[in-house]
Design a protein around this ligand. Structure first.
Ligand SMILES: [Zn+2]
Length: 223
């Protein structure tokens, strides 16, 4: 797996297949989804059991599916995995599914992509329990500066879309622990970069350099 040279943008979390020579895209797959037969060479994948997929009795099946998907060499990140207090399977099943994936990520030496809605206590408990060697990146973070600061203190990274790019969050968190994403918005990642740069007070190229460097430090690439 070798993303090309001349990369300007990194979209750390999207559900849309895009192919672009100047953009590395981390496309999300849920357990049971297959890696597409055909994808742009700058595409990487995250693969995980999403809490919304869980029921009372399907965890074992989803685990088997996920093990098949994560074996693909373009799967660089484990997730979306996490906690959702509003939707998805029973809380204890969500916890069990999460720990399974966290241990798998640790064994494979991969970072995790976290979905968390009203589940911060469980996420923190899991983080203390697993003590991961690679960062857990909370995607779609839309919280305030206080929550962002306390999560960053505990070692979490944040992947931000337009809705999460608030001045108080960018003040609270080291910029070395931030990635940018489009999720399912359909917008171009360059728009998210533009908002990040203007909110953080960077010029466009500095923002691109920073995100490349963050991505490289997370995944060991050399973009
Ligand atoms: Zn998503």
């Amino acid at each position: 797996m070798n993303p090309g040279r001349g990369i300007k943008f990194i979209d750390f979390h999207t559900h849309n297949a895009t192919g672009n020579d100047d953009t590395v895209t981390v496309m999300n797959l849920m357990a049971g989804d297959e890696v597409p037969a055909d994808f742009h060479h700058n595409t990487l994948f995250s693969a995980g059991i999403h809490p919304w997929q869980l029921t009372d009795d399907n965890l074992a099946h989803l685990q088997t599916e996920l093990l098949l998907t994560v074996a693909h060499p373009h799967v660089a990140v484990v997730g979306e995995a996490g906690f959702d207090g509003l939707k998805g399977g029973p809380r204890e099943v969500q916890y069990e599914a999460f720990i399974f994936q966290a241990e798998m990520a640790a064994e494979m030496d991969k970072p995790m992509l976290i979905h968390c809605v009203k589940g911060w206590e469980e996420l923190r408990r899991a983080h203390r329990e697993v003590r991961p060697g690679r960062p857990w990146v909370i995607h779609g973070f839309r919280g305030n500066g206080i929550l962002a600061a306390s999560l960053a203190d505990e070692g979490f990274w944040l992947s931000l879309g337009k809705g999460g790019l608030k001045p108080e969050v960018l003040k609270a968190v080291s910029h070395e622990r931030i990635l940018l994403e489009t999720d399912d918005s359909g917008e171009h990642i360059s728009e998210v970069y533009r908002l990040f740069a203007s909110t953080a007070g960077f010029d466009g190229e500095a923002a691109e350099r920073l995100m490349r460097s963050n991505f490289n430090s997370l995944l060991g690439y050399r973009l």
